[in-house]
Design a protein around this ligand. Structure first.
Ligand code: NAP
Length: 247
């Protein structure tokens, strides 16, 4: 048995596929969501259909109170062994000089502070420093961190670069405490993400121009995440793994 994993933003897109694939790999799964409880429950059913336990938890990852409550709820499934920091938002698409500060603050709050809050809570449970038995953490970043996302969302790209820095910094802090910390950096993925940002045609428009001529499916990203979560990646820590089709 692989233990218990919390997947933030597990109700849709990449997170939903991570939940299903983690269950297939033997994990019991906490399916976190922000607002779409029905979608989260459907994902939980996919987990249960594979004979694993599932719990849906509404929590805004940028809220310290919500994150504390989510980790407390997860304990009902057993000791935590995995965390996937997948929840992420982008705001709208525009040049940097046209964005308002409120949008940028929200993106930083969810994508950076939210990841920090979940990382801290996970380390306090998994690390031998706190009496834990170890575990594996995977952060979802983006190729935007190295491409900069000009004309669309430079602030979002910066938030993902911050998560990459937290990934290899924290990996070093907890390497001798039984905890591995890695990131998966996807390229373009076919999810609701683009429509939510007000650019529903983005995948159809950009896909053909990519090296593989298409976007990734959420399942293709989830495969890499679940490998990093698993003991099969036992000597991999501090890595940023691009799943970006040679982009
Ligand atoms: P998505 O389809 O838009 O799904 C976003 C998920 O995050 C939903 O489950 C949503 O919950 C949840 N969420 C949003 N804000 C939250 C908050 N404050 N607290 C908790 N959960 C929250 O996104 P996706 O495309 O699967 O993206 C997943 C990750 O991959 C993100 O970190 C994104 O930045 C990254 N990424 C995506 C792409 C891409 O092309 N799609 C490329 C590179 C990286 P509700 O269902 O309740 O709204």
């Amino acid at each position: 048995m692989s233990g218990v994993v919390i997947v933030t933003g597990g109700s849709r897109g990449v997170g939903a596929e991570v939940c299903a694939l983690a269950a297939a790999d033997g994990f019991d799964v906490v399916v976190n969501y922000a607002s779409d409880g029905e979608a989260a429950e459907a994902v939980a059913e996919r987990v249960r259909a594979q004979g694993r336990q599932a719990l849906t938890v509404r929590a805004d990852v940028s809220s310290e109170e919500d994150v504390t409550a989510m980790f407390a709820a997860a304990a009902s499934l057993g000791p935590l062994t995995g965390l996937v920091n997948n929840a992420g938002v982008v705001g709208s698409a525009a040049r940097l000089d046209e964005h308002d500060a409120e949008t940028v603050r929200r993106v930083m709050d969810v994508n950076v502070t939210g990841v920090f809050l979940c990382l801290r809570a996970a380390v306090r449970r998994m690390s031998s420093r706190y009496g834990g038995d170890g575990g594996s953490i995977v952060n979802i970043t983006s190729v935007a961190a190295r491409l900069g996302a000009p004309g669309e969302w430079v602030h979002y790209a910066a938030s993902k670069a911050a998560v990459e820095t937290m990934t290899f910094g924290l990996a070093k802090e907890v390497a001798a405490e039984g905890v591995r910390v890695n990131a998966v950096s996807p390229g373009l993925v076919d999810t609701d993400f683009h429509a939510t940002a007000g650019v529903p045609d983005r995948v159809a428009r950009l896909g053909p121009s990519l090296p593989m001529g298409r976007a990734a499916t959420p399942g293709e990203v989830a495969e890499a995440v679940v490998w990093l979560l698993s003991p099969r990646a036992s000597y991999t820590s501090g890595a940023i793994l691009p799943v970006a089709g040679a982009r």
